[in-house]
Design a protein around this ligand. Structure first.
Ligand SMILES: C[S@@+](CC[C@H](N)C(=O)[O-])C[C@H]1O[C@@H](n2cnc3c(N)ncnc32)[C@H](O)[C@@H]1O
Length: 208
């Protein structure tokens, strides 16, 4: 489900930038091997204005594919990422059907997207499918409790109401695809979480 007008403003706001740079990216930098991005292929699903893709490029990603189901967000991300070093592709696309080949992504990023996706389990299956052995998924999302209990989420924003998830349901789904969950941190307990998982197997050789 696409964002309504209020959330489109929120996702571009200083508050979201502040949260990403003060809470989310520092946590990802602790959880992921600092070398994990160097020269690698990064997929960001539901990229919105493309801040995480930009962050990955800043950490040395060699190729970034950023997809979003909303053409307005694709346009914003394309504008942000234009001229950044590295190979960047920004496209209209679906989190549960990225069109990428099996095992072709080193790092997948999912930030505040799956609580928008009606069948979020299919999107997790898709992220697991495209990750290479040794590849990592970094995720940050909001739970069913956050969507139903916070007046802001409940009354102002629009999200699918059925089939939402708790942190445990989210991580159980990751494990059901064969991913190994390395860490989960609660930013607001029971409501806002982030973490890292990886696909087991020998990592592909990295460019030096
Ligand atoms: C809350 S925003 C988060 C944007 C960005 N990841 C961030 O953290 O700043 C959710 C994004 O997911 C996108 N989205 C929603 N459903 C989607 C789907 N099924 N496939 C791909 N993108 C989707 C929305 O258009 C929106 O840009």
């Amino acid at each position: 489900m696409l964002m309504n007008r209020v959330e489109r403003l929120e996702v571009r706001s200083r508050l979201r930038t502040h949260r990403l740079h003060r809470r989310v990216f520092p946590a990802f930098e602790r959880l992921a091997d600092p070398a994990a991005f160097r020269g690698c292929t990064v997929l960001e699903v539901g990229c919105g204005p493309g801040r995480a893709a930009e962050w990955a490029l800043g950490r040395g990603a060699g190729r970034v594919v950023a997809i979003d189901a909303d053409p307005r967000m694709v346009a914003l991300a394309a504008r942000r990422l234009r001229g950044t070093p590295g190979g960047v592709r920004v496209e209209l696309g679906e989190a549960s059907d990225t069109g990428l080949a099996d095992a072709t992504v080193d790092v997948a990023l999912e930030l505040q997207v799956l609580h928008h996706v009606t069948h979020w389990q299919a999107a997790i299956d898709e992220l697991a499918r495209v990750l290479r052995p040794g590849g990592s998924l970094l995720f940050e999302d909001s739970t069913a409790e956050a969507l139903s209990e916070q007046w802001w989420s409940r009354t102002v924003l629009t999200h699918p109401r059925d089939n939402r998830f708790s942190t445990e349901q989210f991580t159980d789904q990751l494990q059901s695809t064969g991913l190994v969950v390395d860490a989960v941190e609660q930013l607001v307990p029971g409501r806002w979480f982030l973490g890292a998982a990886h696909r087991p197997g020998p990592p592909a050789p990295r460019p030096t």
